[in-house]
Design a protein around this ligand. Structure first.
Ligand SMILES: Cc1cc2nc3c(=O)[nH]c(=O)nc-3n(C[C@H](O)[C@H](O)[C@H](O)COP(=O)(O)OP(=O)(O)OC[C@H]3O[C@@H](n4cnc5c(N)ncnc54)[C@H](O)[C@@H]3O)c2cc1C
Length: 371
């Protein structure tokens, strides 16, 4: 059997290793544990339904990815990945401009009318008083949309579970920096690392934002930019927090609660910051201001931790999946931006089926668009 290498051990690299190892493919994952890796900072919202994204290819992928999750959860049943159904509400606070809310509502209901949601899982408008009963820390909500099936997952726990499960099925994980790809006569031959060269018949690039510089030497100029995200974990003494819905405000910020009383408030979406995974005073101010705008009851909460990650965002907003045309045996799986925890597992499944069975992937996600 051919030897396959995966570059990067975030969510996408971990998923590739998990799926390939379970298929009996000898696989080695090279991971550097870079500061700023996106998976380690991710909030954990698994819900395509309330998104205002209208790109039909992306929406189709995201909806399929949402449906794929229960299958993944079932396979990882031996591990705690923090998965649970939470429901999500998109809220407009009193005094905020209703136009943007109307626009989002129209896009969501249009997708619903097109039959993209199973009818028993419809997005509904709900009474703000009902929502405040669910989550007493909320402020003065003027209107709200609610989707009961939305879920959450702990990205760190999920990535660790994928690593453990892949190792159980024979995958090797190596702490090393991949510095380059070895290509000869149009075929991948292996990778160069800071611990020496290693041969491979297939290489999967899953190095998040850092995939860009690793693929440039083979002529692929991935339109990937880092979207920096700063996010805070707050501790409350609320034992009912695990029952709270996820809340999304009108400025792209959100609150996500966990059964231990922790509330995650996120996040900045910063472009033009380069490869700089550090916290900033302005970012922290933004995150807390938006959190308090929606839930002033959070003000006394204890700050547990700030996290920061570089989301690998493609310039057209679509993931980059499948073969890298100039080089036989080279594949890529990245570009999920702010939706990697949701879409990443299903994207990896598509790439594995493509590698092992030759199944085509929607050309909208092809790496060829960056040649
Ligand atoms: C603040 C924040 C909140 C988010 N919230 C959500 C959310 O609620 N829902 C959602 O769906 N998505 C969310 N995301 C997005 C999601 O986290 C990412 O899209 C996803 O984790 C990307 O995973 P990845 O494996 O592609 O990249 P990464 O997690 O960045 O992993 C890349 C890996 O490659 C390794 N690497 C890099 N270079 C090399 C090298 N040369 N050699 C070896 N290894 C290398 C790094 O060490 C790293 O482990 C959020 C992201 C952030 C930052």
């Amino acid at each position: 059997m051919n030897r396959t290498m995966v570059v990067g051990g975030g969510l996408l690299g971990g998923m590739m290793a998990h799926l390939l190892a379970r298929q009996g493919v000898p696989v080695a994952v090279y991971d550097l544990k870079r500061p700023g890796n996106a998976t380690w900072a991710g909030a954990g919202i698994i819900s395509p339904e309330i998104s205002a994204v209208v790109d039909p290819d992306y929406v189709e992928l995201a909806m399929a990815a949402g449906r794929y999750y229960p299958e993944l959860v079932e396979r990882l049943n031996d591990y705690d990945i923090g998965y649970g159904q939470a429901g999500i509400a998109k809220v407009r606070m009193r005094g905020e401009d209703p136009t943007a809310f109307e626009r989002a509502k129209t896009a969501i209901f249009r997708r619903q009318a097109e039959g993209r949601f199973p009818t028993q899982h419809a997005v509904q408008e709900v009474n703000p008083d009902w929502l405040r009963e669910q989550l007493p820390l909320l402020g003065d909500v003027a209107e709200a949309l609610y989707y009961p099936q939305a879920a959450r997952v702990d990205g760190r726990k999920l990535a660790s579970a994928l690593r453990m499960d892949s190792e159980r099925h024979g995958a090797q994980w190596i702490d090393a920096e991949v510095q380059g790809l070895q290509v000869k006569e149009g075929r991948i031959r292996g990778v160069t690392t800071d611990r020496g060269d290693a041969d491979a018949d297939q290489v999967v690039m899953a190095a998040g934002f850092w995939s860009r510089s690793l693929l440039e030497p083979v002529g692929l100029h991935l339109g990937l930019t880092p979207h920096r995200g700063q996010i805070v974990h707050l501790a409350t003494d609320r034992r009912d927090a695990g029952e709270w819905p996820i809340i999304e405000g009108m400025h792209g910020h959100y609150l996500l609660a966990w059964p231990d009383g922790r509330v995650v408030a996120g996040a900045t979406r910063e472009t033009g910051t380069g490869d700089a995974p550090h916290l900033t005073a302005e970012g922290q101010h933004e995150v807390l201001t938006q959190a308090f705008r929606v839930a002033p009851g959070l003000k006394p909460a204890m700050v547990v931790e700030w996290r920061v990650g570089l989301r690998p965002a493609s310039e057209d907003g679509r993931p980059i999946l499948g073969a890298v045309p100039p080089v036989e045996g080279l594949f890529v799986v990245t570009g999920h931006g702010a939706g990697g925890l949701l879409c990443g597992p299903y994207s990896a499944e598509l790439v594995v089926r493509h590698m092992l069975e030759g199944r085509p992937i929607n050309p909208a996600f092809s790496a060829a668009r960056f040649l």
